[in-house]
Design a protein around this ligand. Structure first.
Ligand code: ZN
Length: 306
């Protein structure tokens, strides 16, 4: 069965939406424990100004730490070319820049319209290429926007083509607001792949705001998507999209994919134990997930190795 890459985004997407700052030592323990459970890619932080997001101020230290873990791909978010230079200096394996398909969201989030963002993408792509770093563009609010409502699919396709021309090496379709439904995931994945090439769209970044996260994953699998972003305990969301909360829960995603016979390489029992690190470091913070409450099925191991 297919190999599926799960990219853990909790230390970035999760922690940036919480006001409290998780101590660096706890973040390190979290990252090390997930890698030990078999997670092969982790978004460890974001190169945004610490004044804006003090939760992410220790990203350079986390990159250095995570780079020491064998076999782990270390990625960070970068908001612009300046962030891309910081990420390159820190020695990341990959960086991703969010490009909001809703111009209203883009202006509100990063104070840049689409032409200005395309210039940032071009400059960031050059920095990444010069350092041999993988450079992905996250097409955020691709499935709808809390300010604009529907986002035109033709617009998503056109902006993806322009970002490819500006130097994007790969794309992810991001459901920043939790608006996506499975039919839309299939349709938009097909359209964007047809425009920029199959190999250029391999990742979905889904939220579970309305409970459709796993259904959307299955829709993505059916369209050949091989990488899914998720967050331990569903921690996080987007702080700039009012009402948006709850990333896809890594534990539930691993249970589903392993049960279906996809190869994630992740040990679910070991992953479930990682929650205690986050619970201890952020007492009272709600962690989500069905699998952590119910536990795996009695015959889970037979399913997973089938
Ligand atoms: Zn997210």
């Amino acid at each position: 069965m297919t190999d599926i890459l799960i990219s853990e985004v909790g230390p970035r997407d999760g922690l940036q939406s919480i006001d409290r700052v998780m101590p660096l030592e706890a973040k390190k323990r979290w990252i090390a424990a997930e890698a030990a459970a078999g997670v092969k890619e982790i978004e460890v932080g974001s190169f945004v100004p610490p004044k804006l997001l003090p939760q992410m101020a220790d990203t350079p230290e986390l990159v250095a730490f995570a780079k020491g873990i064998d076999g782990l791909t270390v990625v960070t978010l970068v908001p612009n070319a300046k962030g891309a230079q910081f990420a390159a200096d820190a020695g990341v394996d990959g960086m991703s820049i969010p490009f909001s398909m809703s111009e209203t969201h883009s202006i509100k989030n990063v104070r840049k319209d689409h032409p200005a963002m395309l210039e940032e993408i071009r400059a960031a792509a050059t920095i990444a290429r010069n350092h041999g770093i993988h450079f992905a563009v996250g097409l955020s609010t691709a499935f709808g926007c809390t300010m604009e409502g529907a986002v035109s699919e033709d617009q998503v396709v056109r902006l993806a083509e322009q970002a490819a021309e500006a130097g994007a090496m790969e794309f992810s379709l991001s459901d920043t607001t939790g608006y996506a439904d499975p039919a839309q995931v299939r349709r938009l994945t097909r359209k964007v792949k047809a425009a920029v090439g199959d190999d250029m769209l391999t990742t979905l970044h889904l939220h579970n705001t309305r409970g459709l996260g796993l259904a959307n994953v299955v829709a993505g699998l059916e369209e050949g998507i091989t990488t899914f972003d998720s967050s331990l305990g569903g921690l996080g969301g987007c702080p700039f999209a009012p009402g948006a909360s709850g990333n896809l829960v890594t534990e539930d995603l691993v249970l589903m994919l392993n049960s279906m016979g996809c190869k994630t390489g992740i040990d679910l029992e070991a992953l479930l134990k990682v929650r205690s690190i986050v619970e201890e470091a952020l007492p009272g913070e709600p962690l989500y997930g069905f699998t952590p409450d119910a536990g795996p099925m009695l015959d889970y191991k037979e399913r997973a190795s089938a």
